[in-house]
Structure formats: structure tokens, C-alpha cells
Design a protein around this ligand. Structure first.
Ligand code: DAH
Length: 344
């Protein structure tokens, strides 16, 4: 019957090895079945008892029972220890979980190209000592026309296809020039400022026109301000905007009722030397009008035109942005199309 003892030892050894090698607590169920299940090694061994003599039964019965109990206990104990280990490992994994490592694959937004462009323009003028002015989009006839030397029935009113409002004498401003008058009335002299804002005209929308568009108005008023101040500022502004130190400008006469004399400023085409599609083969690009503020306008603004003079200029932002970025359709700016926006 030493045979049984050997068998027990053999089973114990193989059980110990299996327990030691077990790395997943769920595996213990299988081990249990393998040793203690209906057809398990130990169950098998115990089934042999019925063939033993009484003596043998007395000796091996308790031995096998004890062995069965020990096996059960050691499997349970090992399982408990492993479960604890697994829980600890999970806790440590959680503690070491670095949320900042999680990088979802999403697009990072940025400022709209138009906002970037507006900031760029503002910064150039701020760097030259200008302030930023503002004014309302809903204006009165007085600020939009009369005070700018465009009285009622003046033919210059025809230049502007105006959105008139139901309220008498009220309109959507057709240009940013009314801010000149508001600045003269509200700021103390000397004045140097620009105002960027939306303006409105009753126009059909196409690749280069929109009924709402952005303009930039600029003005400087002080003693002894002359046209050369305007030319110098315009030149410096365009050189900085197009990042060309030697960008030249030229002046042609122009007419706007609120300036006298009035001028049209052109710049050398920043994109070519001998003619291209942007400058229509002329090497010059029309950029903006301006002039010396008309004495009548200064008067409406409450400024003594005998003592003070000033220059003003105004331009459409969209055209300049289209020029700078080589965009051929004004509507891209409002389309919200990512393909367009992502390029900036
Ligand atoms: N306000 C004019 C327009 O929208 C542009 C303009 C021309 C503004 C000459 C000025 C200026 O300040 O001096 O058509």
C-alpha cells in the first residue's frame, strides 16, 4: 500500500507545481475540477478505498480525507492570495493612469482668417501710434452723409446704395467714415485712430461684392497735418502688411466730398516685377482713397479748421485680404468651409 502514499505524494507535487504556475485566479476553478472534481485525481484515488481491506481502510481513509482537505485549503489559499495580488495590480495601474497621455484625434481650432487679418491691420496702426475707434452699424443720415459734406440731394448720395430703415433718417452705415465725425466730437485733439467695422450696401452678391463688408477708416487730426503725412503712413502700412520694405506707392487725384484734395493711392504690385493677373499687367494695384479732411467736415466735428487740419483714408478690408492671401472669391470668407479655413 506504499503505492497509495506514493500516489498521494505524486499528486501533491503536481498540484504544487500547478498552483505555483497559476497566474490568473480564474484558473483555480479548473485546478479544483482537475483534482477534486467528479473525475478528479483525488476523487479517483478515494474511489479505490472500497477495494481496500478493513485495516487499509482504517489507515488510508483518514489519510486521504486529510489530503483532500489540505488540497482544498491550499487551492483556496493560493486563489485568495492571487486575487489580492490582482486587485493591488489594478489599483496601481489606476494610480499610474496618466490622463494627459490621452490624446484624442481632433482638430484644433484657430482664429478665422478674417479675424487674423483685422488684428494684423490693427497692430500695424497701433505700432504707428494710432488708437482704435468704434461706431454704430445703425447710423443716422446726419453722421453717414450730411456731416461728411454730403447734404440731402447731393449727387454723391447716389454712390451709396443705402439700406434705409423704417425709422426716419436712420440707415445701415454705408461706410465707416461716420466714425470720423464721432471721433472728432468725442475725442480730444490731437486725434490718430482707425476704425474697423461692418458696412452695408444694397448690392447684388458676386465674387467680389457682398451686401455686408468690412471697411477700415483712418484719420489723423492735428496742427499742420499735410498730404505727405498721409502718403508716409499709407506707404509704411502697405510695406508692413505685404512685408516688403521697398514697396512703393503712387498718388492719383480722386474725389470724395469729405476730402479736399482727394487722392487715390496705388501700390506697386507686391507679387510681380513686370505685370501679372493681380495688377492686370500694369504693375500697379489700386489700394485706397483718402485725402485732407474737408473744412466742412471738421466744422461738423466741432473742430476749428483754421487751426487744425487732418487726413483721412478708407478701404475695404476684404479686397486687401484677398490681395494679400491671393483669394479670388469674397464669399470664401463667410462660407465656413474647413478646406478654406484650414489654410490659415
Ligand atoms: N468712405 C469711402 C467709401 O466707402 C472711402 C473713403 C474715401 C474714406 C476717402 C475716406 C476718404 O476716409 O478720405 O467709399
Amino acid at each position: 500500500m506504499a503505492n497509495i502514499d506514493n500516489k498521494i505524494e505524486e499528486i501533491r507535487k503536481s498540484l504544487n507545481i500547478e498552483i505555483a504556475n497559476c497566474s490568473d485566479s480564474r484558473e483555480f476553478e479548473n485546478i479544483k475540477i482537475k483534482y477534486l472534481g467528479k473525475k478528479g485525481f483525488i476523487t479517483d484515488l478515494m474511489a479505490q478505498i472500497k477495494n481496500f481491506s478493513l485495516e487499509e481502510k482504517k489507515e488510508f481513509g483518514p489519510k486521504l480525507n486529510e489530503f483532500k482537505k489540505q488540497t482544498e485549503e491550499s487551492i483556496n489559499l493560493a486563489k485568495e492570495i492571487l486575487i489580492k495580488k490582482e486587485i493591488n495590480a489594478k489599483i496601481i495601474k489606476k494610480q499610474n493612469f496618466d490622463v494627459s497621455l490621452y490624446q484624442p484625434n481632433h482638430l484644433i481650432g484657430h482664429k478665422h482668417p478674417y479675424s487674423q487679418f483685422i488684428e494684423e491691420i490693427e497692430n500695424i496702426f497701433i505700432s504707428m501710434g494710432f488708437d482704435l475707434f468704434d461706431g454704430p452699424e445703425v447710423e443716422s443720415d446726419f453722421f453717414n452723409f450730411t456731416a461728411l459734406n454730403i447734404p440731402e440731394n447731393h449727387p454723391a448720395r447716389d454712390m451709396y446704395d443705402t439700406f434705409w430703415l423704417n425709422k426716419k433718417n436712420m440707415l445701415l452705415r454705408t461706410h465707416t467714415s461716420p466714425i470720423q465725425i464721432r471721433a472728432m466730437q468725442n475725442k480730444s485733439l490731437p486725434i490718430a485712430g482707425i476704425a474697423i467695422g461692418r458696412t452695408f450696401r444694397h448690392e447684388a452678391v458676386d465674387a467680389s461684392h457682398d451686401f455686408a463688408f468690412m471697411q477700415c477708416e483712418g484719420m489723423v487730426i492735428d496742427k499742420n497735418i499735410t498730404l505727405s503725412h498721409l502718403f508716409a503712413i499709407a506707404k509704411k502700412f502697405l510695406q508692413t502688411l505685404f512685408d516688403k520694405k521697398d514697396l512703393d506707392i503712387r498718388i492719383r487725384p480722386g474725389f470724395f466730398p469729405f476730402v479736399e484734395p482727394g487722392v487715390e493711392i496705388d501700390m506697386r504690385c507686391p507679387f510681380c516685377k513686370s505685370g501679372c493677373s493681380v495688377c492686370k499687367q500694369s504693375t500697379w494695384v489700386e489700394v485706397f482713397p483718402g485725402g485732407l479732411i474737408h473744412p466742412n467736415v471738421l466744422k461738423y466735428g466741432g473742430i476749428d479748421s483754421e487751426k487744425y487740419s487732418g487726413f483721412a483714408f478708407g478701404f475695404g478690408l476684404t479686397r486687401l485680404a484677398m490681395l494679400k492671401y491671393g483669394i479670388n472669391d469674397i464669399r470664401h470668407f463667410y462660407s465656413g468651409k474647413l478646406k478654406f479655413l484650414e489654410q490659415f
